[in-house]
Each structure stands twice: as C-alpha cells, then as structure tokens.
Design a protein around this ligand. Structure first.
Ligand code: IPD
Ligand code: CA
Ligand code: CA
Length: 262
C-alpha cells in the first residue's frame, strides 16, 4: 500500500509546478477556445494539466486519472487522481485573480488527500484524510456562525443556462435576502476552501463536476465542516451538486434549497 503522505507530497509538487506555469503564462497572450457559449478553455489549462499528469505519472504510471481537459485515462487502478488544472478559467482569462489548481487522490472511492493552490494569492490549501486541513501548512477550521442572518454564503452557476440555473438564480435572491450576502467568485474549489478557513459559512452549487469538488470537499470535512448533496444525502463526487458548510447551518441551508420556489 502506498502511504498517503507520499501521494500528498506528490499532489503538492504537481500543483506547485502547474501554479508556476499558470502564473508565468498569465502575463502572455491567451488563446481562448470555447467548450460552450460561456465555457472557456485556454492553452494554459491544457499545459497545466499535462504537467500535473506527467509529474504524477512519472512516479505512478499505473495510476488512473480523471482530468477536466483530457478526461479519464484508460489505465484502471485503485488510485484515482482527480484534476482541475485551472478551476475558474473565466476568471483567469479576464485577469480576475480567483482561480486555482485542484488535485485530489482517491483510493478505492475514498478521498485520501487534496490540494487546492490559489495561484495569485499564494495560498495552498491541503488535507490528508483524518489529519485536519491546512492553509500554507497552518491548521484551518470552519466558522462558528450559527444563524443564517449572521452568515456569509457563496454559490456558483454552471455554464448551461437551463432550469437548474434559473432555479439557482431564485435561490441566490432568496438567500441574499436572509443572510449578510451571497458571493459568486467563480471558482468552486476556492469556495470550498473559503468555507474550510471560515471566511464563508456555507456554499452550495448545482451542476458541478468531480474535479470542481474532489479536493475542496475533503478540505472542508477535515476543517470540521459538513459536505452533503443539496438534499442532505451523503456527498457523492459524481452527483453534480454539493452543499458545504460549517455544520451549524447545514440543515437550514439544505431545507431552504429543497423548498419550493418562493
Ligand atoms: C467552474 C468554476 C465555477 C463554477 C462552475 C465550474 P472551470 O470551473 O468552478 O465557479 O461555477 O460550475 O465549472 O470551468 O472554471 O474549471
Ligand atoms: Ca472547475
Ligand atoms: Ca477547469
């Protein structure tokens, strides 16, 4: 069995290499392609992803990868690396500094380690299962806010402007009315980490992909928070939605998300 520490150190190294590349390339002219009307991808997403896969693959060529740009590797293994090379590509393209490299390692379907590198802030969030959550090596924990009216929340919106998107626009309004605000920074991995460090009291989103959530969800749990599906069921990486909170507000958020439109 491979030690979690070894995988964790490699995840940190791969994220660091990708972050350096992204930071260098941020100064240059970007070639932007469209995966959808508002779903952007640049050559930097692909280059950063390649560097992560090469770094991990040079140590563990038989591990499996699920990466946003390259998809799923053909190799099947108990060890699965889930990679978002740039979470927040739209922000990256516009020079808005909320984008991150997100890498998680799963073993047999369970999260072992996660790293989210907030490139422009130099903040590296990390967690190993059962050993707490950290930012730049210092322990972090969720907030102690106990009422929605004292809370700051965040959400996000998937690229497709469908019924779920429209429903979340309504929820955005409803939650804004009953909290101190709802942020929409545009990088889900960072939304999770900001819950983990107590800047935010809760976060929810629909239409997420595994690579948006894999590292961040572990970091929230290890910071003492709670992560579930939007209906309160146990978190599932492949379900497409998530609620992350400091725990105290979890039930209230889940109940409001499940309520019929006001
Ligand atoms: C997106 C960001 C955004 C979220 C979208 C994601 P990308 O990831 O995390 O915050 O609202 O649902 O797709 O495309 O920038 O990697
Ligand atoms: Ca993403
Ligand atoms: Ca991405």
């Amino acid at each position: 069995m491979i030690q979690a520490d070894q995988l964790f150190t490699l995840a940190l190294e791969a994220a660091d290499k990708a972050a350096s590349l992204i930071s260098d390339e941020a100064e240059k002219v970007l070639k932007v392609d469209f995966k959808g009307a508002a779903n952007l991808v640049t050559q930097v997403d692909v280059a950063a992803e390649n560097i992560i896969i090469e770094t991990v693959g040079s140590h563990f060529p038989d591990h499996q990868f699920l990466a946003e740009e390259a998809g799923e590797s053909e190799t099947k293994s108990d060890y699965l690396w889930i990679i978002d090379p740039i979470d927040g590509t739209t922000n990256f393209v516009h020079g808005y500094p909320f984008y991150a490299v997100s890498i998680a390692v799963y073993e047999g379907g369970e999260a072992l380690a996660g790293v989210v590198n907030h490139v422009q802030f130099g903040d590296v969030y990390s967690a190993i299962k059962g050993r707490g959550a950290f930012c730049n090596g210092k322990p972090i924990s969720v907030s102690n806010t106990r009422t929605l009216k004292h809370s700051l929340l965040a959400t996000g919106f998937a690229y497709e402007h469908d019924e779920v998107w429209a429903r979340n626009m309504d929820l955005f309004r409803e939650f804004t009315a009953m909290t101190q605000g709802v942020r929409r920074a545009g990088a889900a991995s960072l939304d999770f980490c900001h819950v983990a460090r107590g800047w935010l009291d809760g976060f929810w989103e629909f239409g997420l992909s595994p690579w948006d959530m894999a590292a961040g969800a572990l970091i929230v749990s290890e910071a003492g928070g709670v992560v579930s599906l939007s209906n309160g069921d146990p978190f599932d990486l492949f379900s497409g939605d998530a609620v992350a909170s400091n725990g105290h507000l979890h039930e209230q958020i889940v109940q409001l998300l499940g309520r019929d439109s006001a």
